[in-house]
Design a protein around this ligand. Sequence first.
Ligand SMILES: Nc1ncnc2c1ncn2[C@@H]1O[C@H](COP(=O)(O)OP(=O)(O)OP(=O)(O)O)[C@@H](O)[C@H]1O
Length: 269
Amino acid sequence: MTTIKTALTKKEPVQKTDKKSVYLTKQLNLWYGDNHALKNIDLDIKENEVTAIIGPSGCGKSTYIKTLNRMVELVPSVKTSGQILYRDRNIFDKDYGVEELRTRVGMVFQKPNPFPKSIYDNIAYGPRIHGIKNKKILNEIVEKSLRGAAIWEEVKDRLDENAYSLSGGQQQRICIARALAIEPDVILMDEPTSALDPISTLKIEELVQELKKDYSIIIVTHNMQQAARISDKTAFFLNGEVIEYDDTDTIFSNPSDKRTEDYISGRFG
Ligand SMILES: Nc1ncnc2c1ncn2[C@@H]1O[C@H](COP(=O)(O)OP(=O)(O)OP(=O)(O)O)[C@@H](O)[C@H]1O
């Protein structure tokens, strides 16, 4: 079995460079009606890194990443205070266009959710919405995105088949390719491997490592080994608060808060 320590020894050391912030969250609070789901969140998320969000069920992980692309606003009872600066602009500003934000920030969900369309049309969907009609350009985007999601070789001869004909792990990589097709800056992933078998999980983990060269990735995961294997930074959430946020190596080998230590060693959650 892979322990957290062995997972850490396999990972390349965190590079100590002065990376730019992609998201800077300042004193963020969020309520669903009376339920205070996020409390005074301060997080500085760096570009070209993998940031893992961990914590027990109901602690606000999904709410936090759905706030980063303002998807959480689809819930009518939601109220927020504080700021989230994306590339130095507050996404809650009145004149900040949510559509613009969503073209910069792609999202991959827990359950693969391809459209009931061909593999090709799944990937071409976003670019078409953005007005790209030229077949040659669309072909190039589709190939580049599928290659980027490490699934081109498996599907290149069956692009006209329905995406539902693929396995769950393949469907999840199609969803990642669909996110890449709009050339995002950030990819949010909400437990992207929890519905997958171990081999597909490994493929997605390898892919995440590859993608961070070009994108900033924020991933919610319940799998401690996964957070230790693939992330550079880890934020530990508990009851809507960030208890600790640091280099993943530090969080898993020398956490400063007893509650972090108890959680990662399986004493609760
Ligand atoms: N759509 C919603 N409407 C009302 N309350 C919600 C909604 N979504 C989440 N909540 C509440 O917000 C809190 C945080 O939930 P959230 O889904 O963010 O937690 P989580 O850490 O992602 O949990 P899990 O690991 O189980 O997915 C919980 O108290 C939950 O009941």
